[in-house]
Design a protein around this ligand. Sequence first.
Ligand code: PMP
Length: 402
Amino acid sequence: MSVFNTVAQAPADVIFSLTAGYKADKHPQKINVGVGAFRTDELKPYVLPVVKKADTILFNNADLDHEYLPIAGEPSYTRAATKLILGDNSPAIAQGRTGAVQTISGTGANHTGAAFLAAHFKGSGKVYISNPTWANHRNIFASLGFDVQEYPYWHPATKSLDYEGMINTIREAPSGSIFILHPCAHNPTGVDPTQEQWKGIADAMREKNQFTFFDCAYQGFASGDLDKDAWAVRYFVEQGFELFVAQSFAKNFGLYGERAGNLTFVCKTPEDTKRVLSQFEKLQRSEISNPPAYGSRIVDIVLNDPALYAEWKENLKYMSSRIIDMRQKLYQHLVDLKTPGTWNHIVDQIGMFSFTGLKAPQVKVMIEKYHIYLTDNGRISMAGLSNSNVEYFARAVDDVVR
Ligand code: PMP
């Protein structure tokens, strides 16, 4: 009798099973709008030209070795990541109230932050995630013993933000609860609060002493503007909040598989910051010892070189513009086809994803009849659309909603 006899079968990951279905499909017009990775108009993975340059620099560096990085990561990298999200002139940085730990991409940043909070944060034990959200938020926080609750976010009737519902939940949650907030390009809805709404959210968070945990996976990728996408985080810091920000360089650098991430934390005093960092180092040691070096070296080179940094911004513009262009084309096709319903949300939403409003039975037809792969909540990745397939996609939507 095996000691593993009683291990139950875990459900397969939805996104990754969708991709497996797509790969096995032989239909010539098949489309994958399930996975959240950027594709060119030829639907090919995109290696950013600036990343290729940084690669060459790394390759030609005769002094490069493969020693361990420091436990909290390479300081030039974590400092640059913190500056990127908090801003060049952030008073919190100047005052020594910020620290950072290099993580295994955005997932690791969420996990490391969550593990720290599980050990050191004396709050209500509750974590609030948006309804809906990136599925891993629940997995990560639940696996660390938190009681995971949801705050309303998507309002199906208006296909926009349920601001009232969100604010009420912040106010009604027990004090000392952790709120996971997406500062830009909300996954999966593509709906972000306005700056006025962020101010209201900050007020409610302050009134109830809730803890802010930003998860920023799309800085610069959403609007094409790094500062605009960081606005909410910088506003909270300016308002004196202590907070965590998880950063991923998967999307904005196209470094998906290289797992370059960072967790920036903002404390009240430099003394607190020093102690917090020491605990992060202790935690990191037991989990991964030292972070991986390759992806972070690429990011480090680009963020710390003004010419490459400027070029990165151009690459970001290309990616965000292609996505915005696909939103407009999809919208226009649906309008031209006189597809029943309103479709402005397609162009109003931002970032890689669009929450189309398609229901699970309609999604089933999209997959079975049209060979178009998307999750049953109706989310699509705009990067899966191209000038050659957007019309076919729109015709399929038109058919399933009639
Ligand atoms: N948070 C959110 C909201 C995301 O959408 C993603 C990417 N799908 C991540 C974090 C982290 O992804 P990664 O671990 O690949 O950086």
